[in-house]
Write a protein that binds this ligand. Structure first.
Ligand SMILES: Cc1cc2nc3c(=O)[nH]c(=O)nc-3n(C[C@H](O)[C@H](O)[C@H](O)COP(=O)(O)O)c2cc1C
Length: 327
């Protein structure tokens, strides 16, 4: 039996395969099924600010006082507490149900709401917190500095209130991703989760309406995170967790070779079922045996840029010769 033990944000995992935050892990049963199928850890579905806002609006409808600022604040507070309490209950019950680490996830777009709540999540037994920070830089008045500061403020606000490790899940769209990554780690992130896959927008040309784009990833989408994991591994002072486009053991092996501490999967579990986790793990083990690796640590990061004798290969952005004969 190969040794797949992995350390991730200071937590001990039996293997590096994590179920990414999604609706499959929005209930105790879902979490239990993932743990039974072999997951090394689970990241619970995010608690969304908008979701809490929606709860608040629902309550507001029934309160005639809602037009008054003070009353609104009071009502908003009740809304916050309702959504929050359900989530705390989920963390507590999930922790009781499984022995693998349970990481809570907060979808943060403003710093205000989460700082105190993070402390309550810690008290409810979460092993760690993943901050799902999806901020769309669509306002032309906001500079990249303003936006990056928001990421740092949210992280620092949460870190002030908890001792459990905090990971930050971001998208790839930063002017200087390496700098932002380094800043997040120096401000207390124990891990970076690369990369979130955002809600996709599409247009129906018959109805002339906006429609949701396709939710799930394809294996071809692995390349963006693979590049950045391989570039950042060993260069910034925190763990890296790979997400987007990992559908099978091949994807997991690639990300580990690039330097990921853990690999998160979601779309492939929607496609093949939660039981697919055990296939991925047994194929990972078979690959390790074939290559005579007894533990994950023997090959993690072997193909990161830091370990490479040809680091320039990792930075090639333009086709030079590879398309000769095709073009
Ligand atoms: C249906 C669905 C729900 C998701 N919900 C969340 C969420 O609540 N929080 C979050 O951080 N990511 C969420 N994600 C993103 C996944 O965690 C994951 O990062 C993304 O799907 C890329 O991984 P994949 O290629 O394995 O699907 C969701 C994805 C899907 C498909």
């Amino acid at each position: 039996m190969a040794d797949m033990k992995t350390s991730y944000m200071g937590l001990e995992l039996r293997n590096p395969l994590i179920v990414a935050s999604c609706s499959l892990v929005n209930s105790v049963e879902g979490v239990q099924r993932c743990a039974d199928a072999g997951a090394g850890a689970v990241v619970l579905k995010s608690l969304f600010e908008e979701q809490i806002e929606a709860d608040t609006k629902e309550i507001q409808k029934h309160v005639w006082l809602a037009g008054h600022t003070e009353a609104y604040d009071y009502v908003r507070q009740i809304g916050l507490q309702t959504g929050e309490q359900d989530y705390l209950n989920l963390v507590e019950s999930a922790k009781k149900a499984v022995s693998v680490p349970v990481i809570a996830s907060l979808n943060c777009i403003t710093p205000e709401w989460w700082t105190d709540y993070a402390g309550r999540l810690e008290a409810s037994g979460a092993d760690g917190i993943e901050l799902n920070m999806a901020i769309l830089p669509s306002d032309p008045r906001h500079s990249s500095n303003d936006i990056e500061k928001l990421y740092y403020d949210i992280l620092e606000g949460v870190k002030k209130n908890v001792k459990i490790p905090v990971a930050v899940k971001i998208g790839p769209y930063f002017t200087s991703l390496a700098t932002v990554g380094r800043q997040l780690c120096s401000r207390g992130a124990s891990a970076l989760v690369l990369f979130n896959r955002f809600y996709q927008l599409d247009i129906n040309i018959d109805k002339l309406t906006l429609v949701p784009g396709y939710h799930f990833s394809t294996p071809e989408e692995i390349n963006v995170s693979l590049r950045w994991i391989s570039l950042l591994a060993g260069r910034i002072d925190c763990d890296l967790s790979a997400t987007t486009g990992v559908h099978d053991a091949t994807g997991v092996v690639k990300q580990l070779l690039a330097g990921a501490s853990t690999v998160q999967v979601c779309s492939t579990l929607y496609k093949h079922g939660i039981g697919h986790l055990s296939n991925i793990l047994s194929n990972l083990e078979a690959w390790m045996k074939k290559h005579h690796f007894e533990s994950v640590s023997q090959f993690r990061g072997r193909l990161s840029q830091k370990e490479s004798e040809m680091p320039e290969l990792y930075e090639r952005l333009q086709y030079v010769k590879s398309l000769v004969g095709i073009e």
